[in-house]
Design a protein. Structure first.
Length: 300
């Protein structure tokens, strides 16, 4: 397994504080033990959840969490950034900062000389209060970006890894993105609006080229949040080879019920919105969506 290369970090020669450092070293193996192959076998068995922005990657990640045989990393893994910063003096800082999320701070990873996927997920696993009892694999998510680069990085580290592609009606994706920007008080230019209409079409087109390939499973957001939540999660767990449980039918982080971070409603339940793609959009935005989709064959 090739490791993710990063600049060497010069270890400090200062004696660490007694109370803090001794407790920390007792909780996790040293960097040397990691590099000597002390990581459990399941850290080498990865699953990638991929989709456009606002296509349901966060929901699917939270639904897959909580089982006994899979460890799910919250937040995005930023494979896009790894492809971009594959070398250079600032790689480690850039990559670790990209991992920051409400559930996890990359500060715990800074003392290590190499930021590998396996070390990261094992550090997260050690911090989970109610750990999966029989982990066989772990899952990461990636949103948008160049799909070819994302898969290249993923498969270069996990040649036998599996991928779950989630898709969604591109008009609904655009609506979700634009309405989110509006809720945050962000006013977009016409060019930015156009980009938010075209981007999901491009990502979905690239995803379609991978249909039918080995070790890649497709699920649609509309099916996942409709009456087929149970059926779709059963199909996903069967694809992964893990035992199905009812916990896969509700979003959790480290086994605890949560409101999905990107959800438009304050609920821990899976819900389906019946609103039209044009709901909440301005006239200019609706015209942009209509024209792009009318000529999508020549634009995308």
């Amino acid at each position: 397994m090739p490791s993710l290369q990063s600049p060497e970090i010069t270890p400090t020669t200062e004696a660490p504080a007694e109370s803090t450092s001794n407790k920390a070293s007792a909780k996790r193996p040293s960097a040397d033990s990691y590099l000597a192959g002390a990581l459990p076998a399941w850290t080498d068995n990865a699953v990638l959840i991929y989709g456009p922005r606002k296509a349901g990657t966060t929901l699917l990640t939270n639904l897959l969490d909580g089982g006994e045989e899979i460890v799910v990393k919250p937040g995005e893994t930023k494979l896009k950034l790894i492809a971009q910063y594959s070398s250079g003096d600032h790689f480690l800082t850039e990559y670790l900062e990209s991992l920051r999320s409400p559930e996890f701070s990359p500060g715990e990873l800074r003392p290590w000389p190499r930021a590998t996927f396996e070390e990261n997920i094992f550090a997260i696993y050690q911090g989970i209060k109610e750990k999966p009892k029989r982990p066989k694999m772990w899952a990461m998510k990636e949103v948008g970006g160049h799909l070819g680069s994302v898969l290249r990085v993923f498969y270069s580290h996990f040649p036998n890894g599996k991928v779950i592609m989630i898709t969604r009606n591109p008009k609904q994706i655009t609506r979700s993105v634009l309405n989110e920007r509006r809720r945050r008080g962000v006013r977009l230019s016409f060019r930015q609006i156009l980009n938010e209409v075209v981007d999901p079409l491009r990502v979905l087109k690239k995803q379609d080229k991978h249909r039918g390939k080995d070790r890649i499973h497709f699920v649609s957001y509309e099916d996942l949040v409709g009456v087929g939540t149970k059926e779709n999660m059963e199909n996903i767990t069967k694809f992964l080879g893990v035992k199905y449980s009812q916990i896969f039918e509700r979003p959790t982080i480290f086994g605890a019920p949560v409101v999905v971070q990107t959800s438009s409603r304050n609920t821990t339940q899976v819900f389906s919105s019946r609103q039209s793609w044009s709901q909440g959009l301005t006239l200019r935005e609706r015209i942009c969506v209509y024209v792009v989709h009318l000529f999508r064959r020549w634009i995308v």
